[in-house]
Write a protein of this length. Sequence first.
Length: 68
Amino acid sequence: DKVNDPSEIRPGYVVGDLYASWAPEALGGVRIDAGVDNVLDHDYDRVFAGVSEPGRNARIAFTYTKGF
């Protein structure tokens, strides 16, 4: 039989992430990627993880690709 343990019940949550990518033609081969995870900085727990997930996280990356 399945037993429900109240300590494992987690409330529902919604997390919003934003990502964008831009490759300007004037800089041929350059791409800029940026993103923000958990935009609204909600505190939430994933089921069975037992620990709170990280808050807001931002990142940016630059990529250069040269064609041959």
